[in-house]
Design a protein around this ligand. Sequence first.
Ligand SMILES: CC(C)(COP(=O)(O)OP(=O)(O)OC[C@H]1O[C@@H](n2cnc3c(N)ncnc32)[C@H](O)[C@@H]1OP(=O)(O)O)[C@@H](O)C(=O)NCCC(=O)NCCS
Length: 180
Amino acid sequence: MLRPPETFATARLTARRPRAEDAPTVFAAYANDPDVTRYLSWAPYTRVELLADFLRDRAADWERPTSQHYAWLLCLRGTDSPIGSIGLMPDGGKVMCGYVLAKKFWGRGMMTEALTAVVEWTIAQTDVYRVWAYCDAANLASVRVMEKSGLTRETLLRRWHVSPNIGAEPRDCIFCAKVK
Ligand SMILES: CC(C)(COP(=O)(O)OP(=O)(O)OC[C@H]1O[C@@H](n2cnc3c(N)ncnc32)[C@H](O)[C@@H]1OP(=O)(O)O)[C@@H](O)C(=O)NCCC(=O)NCCS
């Protein structure tokens, strides 16, 4: 049974459980930004209340003995103000990662830092054999983050994922993984 730590730190970031009260900060930092959500499966939030509900659900995941979704909010070290999020979705010996960062902080290696830490912790766990992630084939920054974080590009699956912010048709996606 995978039980990730509730907090972890990297050189520049701390990661902690979400709280419903984070909603206004998360909303302003990235969750209502169409550039951030462009390739994601969710449209930008237009109401803080709905985001608070989502964060409340993610907080509740941590209360269960075992969960299918563990999400952290990422804050710059020395602050408690979220600038992004990273999460794990365990499925037996396979664990999927997802991540998002406020636009203001793109291009500084921040998500590589966070994803590297998460990948290294996860693949080191007993009974985890595959840590993986995927993204829209056009999301080249995300492909690069996966590769820089220790995942190896495996394949491109055509017509895999609908990005509602782009259109209703499923789009091609690139899959990367670290296995042992
Ligand atoms: C994808 C995302 C997480 C990247 O975070 P980040 O902290 O900016 O990433 P890093 O700085 O660690 O690395 C980005 C890499 O992508 C490269 N890159 C950025 N834009 C690029 C582009 N258009 N084409 C090719 N490479 C690009 C950067 O040069 C860098 O690689 P390098 O270190 O070799 O130069 C961030 O842009 C984001 O949150 N996007 C919106 C949400 C999202 O798409 N999440 C992923 C869903 S699968």
